[in-house]
Design a protein around this ligand. Sequence first.
Ligand code: ZN
Ligand code: ZN
Ligand code: ZN
Length: 147
Amino acid sequence: MNVLEICRQKLQEGGLRLTRQREQILAVMCEHQGEHLTREGISNLVQQEYPSVGKATVYRTITVFEKLGIVSRNNLDERVRYELADPAQAHEHHHMICLACGKIAEMRGDFLETQEQILLRDYGFHVVNHQLKFYGYCRDCAKEQEL
Ligand SMILES: [Zn+2]
Ligand SMILES: [Zn+2]
Ligand SMILES: [Zn+2]
């Protein structure tokens, strides 16, 4: 299943339709997969390709997508950012944030399955998601700082 089909299915489950505008916004987000965009950023990109889609529609749609788990919201820096949720992964991927240049990189894989089992075993806590941020220096900045 591609992202569009998954999105259509999730909207349907939420009792909503994949309208033309929702599809256009989704298409733009697919083109920028792996990026972490602000609402303004998404709106600007959408308007470049589809000038008829207004900012308010984009913002509303992002909220709908977020509720349905199509996009995830991250507080990676001082801005609220959105990205397409990875349908192949049950939980969110992790992020590496460079303290020097501000670059946000992604780390694939969960790596927390053991911790999730411990939380369940010792605390009776069922983990459904998590957000993990690593702060440090990217390869280029580490070299510059001779780390
Ligand atoms: Zn996990
Ligand atoms: Zn850096
Ligand atoms: Zn990410």
